[in-house]
Design a protein around this ligand. Structure first.
Ligand SMILES: [Zn+2]
Length: 601
């Protein structure tokens, strides 16, 4: 894998909001200028986990865990470094650059396909501009021109080979069109006008499906008049895995800087109309049940999700499948709810009939996962009879087994026990007797509690004061003069080597944020010490004061070093063994110190 350039990691750290990132996983409470929570890394009842928006850094005073946004993804989500970089880049819509390496060639292999998809999407939008029938259809469906532009809606002309003709002149091009799922190869002998291929999408309104970075990876096409199938999607290709993608996620991230929940619907028309009506935090699954991968993507972004399903039988079936997939993801701090629309309505028709406010009221009243579970199972069993309650318990058992350990699981157990008419302990005991089936889902990994961080060497020393100021305001390194820096060379204070290295690094490669510095030093032998120093509470009033204090500390360190050198030279002088250059040095030192004293330095 090629190296990820430092400037890119700096940029990720600078542009990621660590409060939003951690807030999507851990319920944070604002406290002064910072945010606090019960630590996700160790068990505790009173919060000692702090997230600082100023430092873009988190720190737990209980177990000592600390780090940047990248570190959090690695520790909390158990991502490897490149994966965490990829994740932050995805959130920001950036592409990870690599310096050389094999990754590049792998990316390049897909590049012509992405490029082709982009060109085809443009072709479809041009065709829409030319086709009044398709435009009238969209207008009739209530989509404005602005919405069509936002979602890059287009039109695939009513032709068997228009796309083929324009984009498939050579064998290589036709292969690419096939790989992208845009044309289909005829069965042998079924040739028409000698062509072996034909266009997949014909006479359809086209919705490009974009990945989180906004690249077109597939299309969804809807018929304009009657016709089957009503909706046609691209097949699975190297670019498109429908179980992973959420339609509208890119547009949602562009529409809203901060997100606290997502609405998940089934169709792209539903997603587009909800966005247009102002519910611009809606995504759609693409003709597939909600997958664990979908949940992972959702909960990386937000702590709350509402599924909005049609009020018909197919809608209820889809909701029940979503519930089953949701159970392993249920835990405290997350909210999973279900909205069932009135019979015969879908989100598109409902929002057009009722408007945003009424729809959001419905969202607010959506049924929590636990209640939906109880409702659905109750319908299948007569709870007035002992038999019915036993049946309920039996059906709830494998579902409950999928919920990970934790507070949420305990609450759900209590709720189910209440329905059955037993105590929670009794129900659990009953369930655990025939424990052959349904192993519980693995509990979220929780590392053993660490010891409190050791106090940094030289706490309160000049070296420490200087390092802490550089960490909080890395840019002040540039205000240190060459002479001030040189003054450190003679110092032998504990930790001064680290101070020198930090100062030199920041002068050669300036940084703006504490977290950028921390991230650069991960893996360095002193990286941990720096993180601990940054994690401590410090009273530093601002960059200007920090720069002053830094220079004062450097000056004092230089003085100390000079004083010590002077003593050594004096001793030598008394012994009469000063070399010629040492005599000069002796005089220089005396001069510089007296000069400084005269200025009150
Ligand atoms: Zn902790």
């Amino acid at each position: 894998m090629g190296r990820i350039p430092q400037h890119f990691i700096d940029e990720l750290i600078a542009r990621t909001d660590i409060v939003e990132l951690i807030g999507a996983r851990v319920p944070l409470k604002k406290s002064g200028r910072e945010y606090k929570a019960c630590c996700p890394f160790h068990a505790e009842k009173t919060p000692s986990f702090w997230v600082s928006p100023d430092k873009q850094f988190y720190h737990c005073f209980g177990c000592g865990k600390h780090g940047t946004a990248l570190g959090f993804l690695m520790d909390h989500d158990h991502m490897a470094f490149p994966e965490a970089v990829e994740e932050l880049a995805m959130r920001l819509g950036l592409e990870v650059p690599h310096e050389g390496g094999i990754d590049r060639s792998a990316q390049r292999a897909d590049e012509p396909l992405y490029e082709l998809m982009a060109r085809v999407a443009r072709f479809y939008t041009e065709q829409l501009a030319r086709d009044s029938r398709a435009r009238e259809y969209l207008a009739k469906r209530g989509l404005t021109a602005a919405t069509c532009e936002q979602f890059a809606v287009g039109y695939a002309p009513d032709s068997w080979n228009e796309l083929l003709r324009r984009f498939g002149a050579s064998d290589a091009e036709r292969k690419r069109l096939t790989d992208a799922g845009l044309i289909i190869e005829r069965e042998r002998g079924a040739g028409r006008e000698g062509e072996r291929h034909y266009d997949r999408f014909r006479d359809r309104v086209m919705f490009p499906i974009r990945d989180a970075r906004g690249r077109v990876i597939a299309f969804g096409g809807r018929v304009i008049d009657a016709g089957e199938p009503k909706y046609l999607n691209s097949p699975e290709t190297v670019l498109f895995h429908k179980g992973r993608e959420l339609y509208g996620l890119y547009e949602t991230r562009r529409a809203r800087r901060s997100l606290d929940r997502l609405v998940v619907v089934e169709g792209y028309m539903d997603a587009v109309s909800l966005h247009q009506a102002g519910v611009d935090y809606t995504v759609a699954t693409l003709g597939t049940a909600t997958t664990p991968e979908h949940f992972r993507r959702i909960f990386r972004l937000v702590p709350a999700v509402v599924f909005a399903f049609d009020g018909d039988r197919a809608g209820r079936a889809a909701a029940w499948r979503a519930l089953q997939q949701a159970l392993p993801e249920a835990r405290e701090g997350r909210e999973i709810r279900f909205l069932f629309l009135p019979q015969g309505q879908d989100p598109d028709s409902l929002i057009r009939a009722e408007g945003r406010a009424a729809f959001e009221e419905r969202l607010a009243l959506a049924v929590p996962l636990s209640e939906y579970l109880v409702q659905e199972l109750s319908e299948q069993a007569d709870l007035r009879s002992a038999d019915g309650r036993a049946r309920f318990a039996e059906q709830a058992r494998p579902l409950f087994a999928r919920v990970p350990e934790g507070v949420y699981r305990e609450l759900l157990l209590e709720r189910l026990a209440q329905v059955v008419g037993l105590s929670a302990a009794r129900l659990e005991a009953l369930w655990s007797t025939g424990k052959a089936e349904a192993p519980a889902a693995p509990a979220p990994a929780r590392p053993a509690t660490n010891t409190r961080p050791a106090r940094g060497a030289g706490r309160g020393s000049l070296v420490r004061q200087a390092i802490v100021r550089l960490l909080h305001f890395p840019a002040i390194a540039l205000e240190v003069t060459a002479a001030e820096r040189a003054g450190l060379d003679g110092s032998e204070e504990p930790g001064v080597a680290l101070l020198r290295e930090l100062l030199d690094d920041l002068r050669a490669q300036p940084a703006q944020l504490p977290a950028q510095v921390i991230q650069r030093w991960v893996g360095h032998k002193d990286g941990e010490s720096l993180q601990k120093l940054l994690g401590r509470e410090e009273v530093i009033t601002g960059a200007a004061a920090a720069a002053e204090e830094l220079r004062a500390a450097l000056l004092k360190l230089a003085d100390q070093a000079a004083g010590r050198r002077l003593e050594a030279l004096e001793a030598k002088s008394r012994a009469g063994s000063l070399a010629a250059d040492e005599v000069q040095e002796f005089q220089r030192l005396i001069e510089s110190l007296s000069h400084r004293d005269a200025h009150g330095g």
